[in-house]
Design a protein around this ligand. Structure first.
Ligand code: PLP
Length: 427
């Protein structure tokens, strides 16, 4: 029943490395071959064998209204008919920037780019340009895209500075990246003792790239205090949580405020959009106003802007969406936990707005090492595989968060819990 996907995958592997354009899509961590997708429809995906799946991945986050939302579809088609790209300003960019500026009282300006990777890379350059400092501090398990200086792993021993986590990244390009344990205040303080050249802390305030692991309020408060005391900027990477965890993302539900926020995913509603935003003073350093260089041929692409614009306006017009999404997310993970417990399987669950996470573990992890140490990855792999067979499409790794879209119904969720109840019996 996966014959066409298997064939498509084999053909893709001949001409595309690993058959995919982003590694997580290859299902390496759960085994098997990935379904090749033919189309989406509301909360569902259909693959090239015409299998139907309830989609909890939603293109890894962007599709908060599900697939083929009529309003977004119409706006995209109408804009595309006027031309795909001009390399010149359009009023759509100002309109989308205004929607974002209106949401936050400490954000005055927004610069649009084409991906989350680009947004973070540019925000870091801006932070370095503004502070005149070189080092950046990131946390283990937080993902900020694939730019060189962010592809770091713990070096040998107790080293504060990271080593490249990928061949092709010279150690010279990661020697300015300090790596700290998430939610570890002592470790964080030590980083600031080890370097007086820290330009910024970059953090996912609610991490979604090691499963769902929120930072504690105290930890974020210390991040803020250390930045202020040391002339560094705090960057919240809200590429995943922006317009997801709440209308104003993680920033909207946390007390600590960042200096720069990065966006991606939902901001483009499925089109390639990223952005970074801050106050007038910081953004004033960016070219052409200031000296920090940043550019993009397709940045602020009109078709992508129109998708984001309709999507954000719909979210703003219906703020009750988030409570409804969270109710569904909670219904799902509470149901999964219950059927897991009936089978003596430890399952740790959490939600933030439309994001959810579950770990096959007996204790709730609070950082990357604990996710790795506590979780039963083999059990997750089996669960994933069996759920796919039953038409439920979860992210293919224990290190990924899940997403609820507005068109998923309680009946969909209950069907998923029923299927999970069958699957858990044999895990
Ligand atoms: C997805 C993601 C990125 C990278 O965005 P791309 O559009 O894949 O380049 C960066 N930061 C976070 C927190 C993300 O979830």
């Amino acid at each position: 029943m996966f014959d066409n996907s298997v064939k498509a995958y084999e053909e893709a592997c001949e001409v595309i490395p690993g058959g995919v354009d982003s590694p997580v899509r290859a299902f390496k961590s759960v085994g098997g071959t990935p379904p090749f997708i033919d189309r989406g429809e509301g909360a569902y995906l259909f693959d090239v064998d015409n299998n139907k799946y309830l989609d909890f991945v939603q293109s890894w986050g962007p599709l908060i209204f599900g697939h083929c939302d009529k309003d977004i579809e119409e706006a995209v088609i109408a804009t595309a008919k006027k031309g795909l790209s001009f390399g010149a300003p359009t009023t759509l960019e100002t309109e989308l920037a205004n929607e974002i500026v209106d949401m936050y009282d400490y954000i005055d300006k927004v610069r649009f780019v084409s991906s989350g990777t680009e947004a973070v890379m540019s925000a870091i350059r801006l932070a370095r340009g503004v502070t005149g400092k070189n080092d950046i501090l990131k946390f283990e398990g937080c993902y900020h895209g694939h730019s060189d200086s962010l592809l770091v792993q713990a070096g040998s021993g107790m080293a504060t500075f990271g080593a490249p986590s990928s061949p092709g990244v010279p150690a010279d390009l990661t020697k300015h990246t300090l790596l700290c344990e998430y939610n570890n205040i002592e470790n964080l303080k030590k980083c600031f003792e080890d370097s007086n050249d820290i330009s910024c802390i970059i953090i996912e305030p609610i991490a979604g790239n090691m499963g769902l692991v929120p930072a504690s309020p105290e930890f974020l408060k210390v991040c803020r205090e250390l930045c202020d005391a040391n002339g560094a900027l705090l960057i919240f990477d809200e590429v995943m949580t922006g317009f997801r965890a709440s209308l104003t993302g993680a920033s909207g539900i946390l007390e600590t405020k960042a200096d720069i926020i990065t966006f991606g995913k939902v901001i483009g509603a499925g089109m390639p959009v990223g952005a970074f935003a801050s106050n007038k003073e910081i953004m004033g350093h960016l070219s052409p106003d200031g000296a920090v260089y940043q550019a993009g041929t397709l940045s602020g692409n009109p078709v992508a802007m129109s998708a984001g614009l309709v999507s954000l306006r719909k979210l703003k017009a219906n703020p009750e969406i988030y409570a409804a999404l969270n109710e569904k997310a909670s219904r799902l993970v509470a149901g999964l936990k219950e059927v897991a417990e009936q089978n003596n399987i430890g399952l740790q669950v959490d939600t933030r707005g439309s994001m959810f996470g579950f770990f096959f573990a007996d204790k709730m992890p609070t950082n990357f090492k604990e996710v790795t140490d506590f979780c039963d990855f083999e059990r997750f792999g089996k669960f994933h595989h069996e759920m796919i067979k039953r038409g439920f499409y979860f992210a293919c790794s224990q290190y990924e968060a899940g997403f609820i879209c507005t068109v998923i119904t309680d009946e969909d969720i209950d069907a998923c819990i029923n299927a999970a109840s069958e699957v858990m019996k044999n895990l």
